[in-house]
Write a protein that binds this ligand. Structure first.
Ligand SMILES: Cc1cc2nc3c(=O)[nH]c(=O)nc-3n(C[C@H](O)[C@H](O)[C@H](O)COP(=O)(O)OP(=O)(O)OC[C@H]3O[C@@H](n4cnc5c(N)ncnc54)[C@H](O)[C@@H]3O)c2cc1C
Length: 528
């Protein structure tokens, strides 16, 4: 067996937190390797509400520092990844008899504005019943007393945010190993020495490392089982589900944040990817982490609550394009209401398991950058090293610049519609110029896929060559993002598979296997 490579830091889990830590650590000069047992962003980070938000709801639980942190992280993300993180106007309707009356909502809004000073979005405004009815005629009017309007931000494709962090990490020297499951944390003399992992081909390999960050999200406790010493449970996950529907009768212009009649929990109805994302639920969960589906009861709850607020919608299960569900990696708490469990993150140094092992508990998409900064500072202390200061607050993510140039290059290709060009820019930002470059070298790659002149064949090759996609599912659902079209992009699968097979050198049998895997994944998101 060849001598294992030595790294300063190994990260287990390439969700938003692992990817953010990899980027920060690599930018500060550490030799980093990051693993994911599946594709990057295939865990909790892919099933969120996709909001980059302060978390208005957390004010109710007195989590002022978390709201403050989130609102400022929202600003940094808007500045460093404007192509991925966009402002989102949200309306909160206030009905007679609701748990949260107009005064409480107003106070929350004022606090939100105060905590987000220097923000890049406007302050809130209050509307009376007539004004809100004029603005959103589809909204239930009975008992409607007022509404609050405020701004947060949305990351349509969290997958691309994770990816761009990994791309930046790779540019700074990090090694990215997706589809590699860490199976053993090797500890000798009480200190971490190495990690064993199983690669995509099923081979077991080892890397030498003395600092490991366990950023496995809901799987954090499972990963800790790979170390020789056991520890108390860290994660007490709650399940959250979303449904995705098309534009419905009376559908709102704005995103809506509504108090559910059934249990008083606030939930979102968000314009997203030319559809509406409705969610979420929040239920304690102790079952299988690898195969989670929205339950019939969750789906019916979300449909009923949406129909109540937008009565013309009359949504039923047949209107659902797809749904997704997952588990929040929250700190373990035996009892109490789910919504009261803190959403703050904890950077846990597992010194009772092994010196050099750190686990990440909780965290939000919104706050990943700060979490990464704090984690790398913790690693520096553990390693008794003086590292350069963190630079991620004002360092652009890779797609943030060159967007106008990319637009020109895509236009010059002459094969994409105006909507197609905007689609590519929305997904790849300025990096779309490199896709145009690739397409300009080969007329087959300049052709479009799917018949609407909005998807470029070159994207498939780009995903494999430049964005470390391995499977067809990676390409469709986590690189090109066509898996989240209303029809899950299904009519494009054979064409995308053929291009990928040519590029990756798949045999006919492998191509069929990849197509089966993709179809199975797409099916797993449909509501039966
Ligand atoms: C329903 C819901 C809605 C949410 N909405 C929002 C929101 O709108 N805004 C917001 O800011 N936050 C939101 N969050 C919170 C946020 O999504 C999560 O806190 C965050 O994504 C956690 O990221 P992570 O990187 O820690 O975990 P994950 O994204 O789960 O990443 C962990 C990774 O570890 C990998 N892994 C596991 N075991 C191994 C192993 N042995 N070897 C290698 N890899 C392994 C997994 O494959 C996975 O990819 C929401 C969460 C939920 C559940």
């Amino acid at each position: 067996m060849a001598t294992a490579q030595q790294y300063d830091l190994a990260i287990i889990g390439a969700g938003i937190n692992g990817a953010g830590i990899a980027r920060d650590a690599a930018l500060r000069g550490l030799k980093v390797i990051i693993f994911d047992k599946n594709d990057m962003c295939s865990g909790c980070s892919a099933i969120s509400s996709r909001l980059v938000h302060g978390g208005l709801r957390y004010l109710e639980y007195g989590e002022i520092p978390l709201v403050y942190e989130s609102l400022h992280e929202r600003r940094y993300l808007r500045l460093t990844a404007p192509h991925l993180v966009e402002p989102l106007r949200i309306t909160i309707p206030v009905y007679a008899g609701a748990r949260r009356g107009p005064l409480l909502i107003r106070l929350g809004m004022l606090a939100y504005d105060l905590l987000s000073f220097r923000k890049t979005v406007p302050n809130h405004e209050m509307l009376n019943g007539v004004e809100i009815h004029e603005a959103e005629p589809g909204l239930e009017v009975e008992g409607l007393r007022a509404a609050a309007r405020y701004y947060d931000a949305q990351v349509t494709f969290a997958e691309r945010l994770v990816l761009e962090n990994l791309l930046a990490a790779r540019s700074a020297g990090a090694e990215i190993r997706t589809h590699c499951e860490v199976t053993r944390i090797v500890v000798e003399g009480g200190e971490v020495q190495a990690l064993s992992f199983e690669d995509y081909a099923g081979n077991t390999q080892e890397v030498r490392v003395n600092t490991v960050v366990n950023a496995a999200g809901p799987w954090v406790d499972r990963v800790l089982e790979a170390a020789p010493t056991t520890t108390r449970r860290l994660i007490g996950g709650t399940k959250g589900s979303h449904i995705i529907v098309g534009k419905f009768a009376g559908a709102p212009q704005d995103a809506f944040y509504v108090e559910a009649a059934a249990d008083g929990r606030p939930f979102f109805i968000i314009p997203w990817n030319n559809q509406y994302l409705v969610g979420t639920t929040d239920i304690r969960y102790r079952e299988d982490l690898d195969h989670i589906r929205a339950s019939g009861a969750e789906v019916d709850y979300l449909l009923a609550e949406t129909n109540r607020v937008f009565p013309r919608a009359s949504l039923s299960r047949e209107d659902i394009h797809y749904a997704y569900a997952g588990v929040r990696p929250l700190p373990y708490k035996e009892a109490g209401p789910e919504s009261a469990i803190t959403r703050r993150h904890i950077i846990k140094v597992n010194k009772n398991v092994a010196k050099g092992l750190v686990s990440i508990i909780g965290g939000k998409l919104t706050t990943y950058r700060n979490l990464a900064e704090q984690t790398v500072d913790t690693i520096a202390k553990l390693q008794h090293r003086k590292l350069p200061s963190c630079r991620t607050r004002d360092t652009d993510l890779p797609g943030a610049w060159g967007i106008d140039r990319a637009r020109e290059r895509l236009f010059e290709l002459g094969t994409l519609s105006a909507a197609g060009i905007e689609r590519l820019l929305h997904i790849y930002g300025g990096r779309a110029a490199a896709i145009a470059e690739l397409a300009s070298t080969d007329s087959q790659l300049a052709a479009t896929v799917g018949g609407e002149n909005r998807v470029l064949a070159a994207e498939v090759v780009f995903a494999l060559r430049e964005e470390f996609a391995v499977t067809l599912t990676d390409i469709v659902f986590r690189r090109m993002m066509i898996g989240f079209d209303a029809d899950q992009g299904r009519k494009m699968y054979p064409q995308v598979a053929a291009i990928a097979a040519r590029e990756a050198g798949w045999s006919q049998e492998q191509e069929v296997q990849q197509l089966d895997g993709l179809a199975q994944y797409a099916r797993s998101l449909r509501v039966g």
